[in-house]
Design a protein around this ligand. Structure first.
Ligand code: ADE
Length: 225
């Protein structure tokens, strides 16, 4: 899989992909990430990529020309399956969406800044708009990092234990069960007996019940269907 990211702050995206799972994915050539500085397509030598908004009002808007030129230049090298714009008014990111996107070969993520990007880019280039939650970040970069992390770990071969992504919270619309590790008794706080008993079927039943209980307590909305 290849993910290109278009941003005015490429430095902000150096660290999130340089550790742990995403580093492993890149090291194993399962995931290629290209971070591109939008200012490389600036309209002048001052690096301008934004301008005042028509109709007045505070806040700059990212201009059509640098965005269109950047998207077209990147697509010419290798066409995109999706062009995603990170925005708080997009469709809310879910595990199902991450699963679907993990099956794509190549997509571009456009990170907005300031007041956002010119609507004409959204209408003529963007194929999917994604929000990471009902709050406003100062730019799309951290949202893009969340999206790439959620997708990258689903690529086969990225997680050491192939089954562990399937038992994540939300994969079956249930939250993940409680987990424990050694010691079995810490300050008198003990681990449920069934997990120490070595009967895989009983462990599986206990985990399912723990998932259901957690989901009922914390996210009853997930059980609606
Ligand atoms: N950019 C700013 N806030 C955002 C959000 N909540 N989701 C995605 N992109 C954003």
């Amino acid at each position: 899989m290849k993910i290109d990211i278009l941003t005015v702050l490429p430095g902000l995206l150096e660290s999130p992909f340089a550790h742990s799972m995403l580093k492993r994915a890149r090291d194993r050539n399962l995931l290629e990430i290209g971070v591109h500085n939008l200012r490389d397509w600036a309209i002048n030598s001052h690096g301008q990529v934004d301008d005042y908004q028509y109709g007045g009002g505070a806040g700059m808007v990212m201009m059509c020309e640098p965005l269109a030129n950047a998207i077209e230049a990147l697509a010419a090298r290798n066409p995109f399956d999706e062009i995603i714009f990170m925005t708080p008014d997009g469709e809310k990111l879910t595990q199902k969406m991450a699963n679907q996107l993990s099956l794509k070969n190549h997509f571009l993520i456009v990170c907005g800044h300031y007041k956002g990007i010119d609507q004409r880019i959204r209408e003529n280039f963007v194929t999917k708009e994604i929000s990471v939650g009902d709050y406003v970040l100062s730019g799309g970069e951290l949202a893009a990092a969340i999206l790439v992390d959620a997708i990258g770990r689903l690529i086969p071969g990225v997680l050491n234990n192939e089954t562990s992504a399937l038992s994540d919270s939300f994969q079956d619309d249930l939250l993940a069960p409680a987990v424990y590790t050694r010691p079995a008794n810490f300050r008198g706080w003990t681990v449920p007996e069934v997990l120490l008993g070595g009967d895989p079927q009983k462990v599986e039943e206990w985990r399912h019940e723990s998932s259901l209980q957690r989901t009922r307590d914390r996210r009853p909305d997930l059980l609606k269907d």
